[in-house]
Design a protein around this ligand. Structure first.
Ligand code: MF3
Ligand code: CO
Length: 258
């Protein structure tokens, strides 16, 4: 069942999206060579708390960290550890927060001090593929229109989309219907209606699409060890243009202080 949000609930989703995005923004500008992914996770915990939120990931199916930190060939669900990030690495940061009962979910990949051109292109194409998908998130379209837009854009640039992990509806719980694949899976897909809130999240590999899960039970890596990037926004379907909910301007603290 797809849960449509009324205007009051949409406002709740905006606030949660605001906290999720401002924390993500802070983490992205904070990363530097030499810090461990545990340092970043601890910083994330303090920033989420600062804005009055809670991690949506910590404890979810026993996930032990506040945010997901996935380095280079890690695709998603990387876990905080003593691993130090180095100049030239790319790191995907996925932040999901609960704020006043609603969840905002967003992610982006950044370089650690800079990276090679291929990794930069991978990040750029992944981010643009997210926006190609968002552009299709309009009432009357179907979920598959989002999927197709992402896949077409990614493959046109010679990269591949991950099949095993997909975007999702999001609201008071992190994973609601419908699933939002980043490829055309040939199944029937739901019609988009005003009030739907979707986490659209392309995971894009520089090499092949194949992934595997490490023995820690969480970390997803590319089979060919080539790098992967991940961008995500929580989006509201409206009567007109799609509305990105995960925007720093939606954070109450930020709005009130200007
Ligand atoms: N953005 C991811 C998702 O929607 C993050 C989940 S991490 C988990 O599935 F640890 F909470 F599973
Ligand atoms: Co998500």
């Amino acid at each position: 069942m797809i849960i449509l949000k009324n205007e009051r609930e949409a406002q709740g989703m905006r606030l949660a999206g605001g906290v999720a995005s401002i924390v993500l923004k802070e983490l992205c500008s904070w990363v530097n060579p030499g810090m461990s992914t545990r340092d970043i996770d601890e910083y994330a915990a303090t920033r989420i708390k600062h804005y009055g939120g809670k991690s949506a990931f910590l404890g979810y199916k026993k996930y032990p960290c506040h945010v997901c930190l996935s380095v280079n060939e890690e695709v998603v669900h990387g876990m905080a550890s003593d691993r130090k990030i180095q100049f030239g690495d790319i790191i995907s940061i996925d932040v999901g927060v609960v704020f006043e009962g609603f969840i905002g979910d967003n992610a982006r990949t950044v370089s650690v001090g800079g990276c090679d051109l291929k990794a930069q292109k991978l990040m750029d194409v992944t981010e643009r593929s997210l926006h190609e998908g968002i552009a299709q998130a309009v009432a009357g379209n179907r979920v598959v229109d989002i999927s197709r837009a992402v896949q077409t854009y990614v493959e046109k640039h010679g990269f591949s989309v991950v099949r095993e992990f997909v975007g999702h509806g999001v609201g008071r719980t992190m994973h609601e219907e419908p699933q939002v694949p980043n490829f055309v899976d040939g199944k029937s897909s739901a019609k988009l209606r005003p009030g739907m809130t979707l986490a659209i999240e392309p995971m894009v590999n520089a090499g092949g699409a194949a992934v595997q899960i490490l023995r820690d039970g969480w970390t997803v890596v590319t089979k060919d060890k080539q790098p992967s990037a991940h961008f995500e926004h929580t989006v509201l379907i409206t009567e007109s243009e799609p509305e990105i909910l995960t925007r720093p301007e939606n954070c109450r603290t930020v709005t009130e202080s200007v």
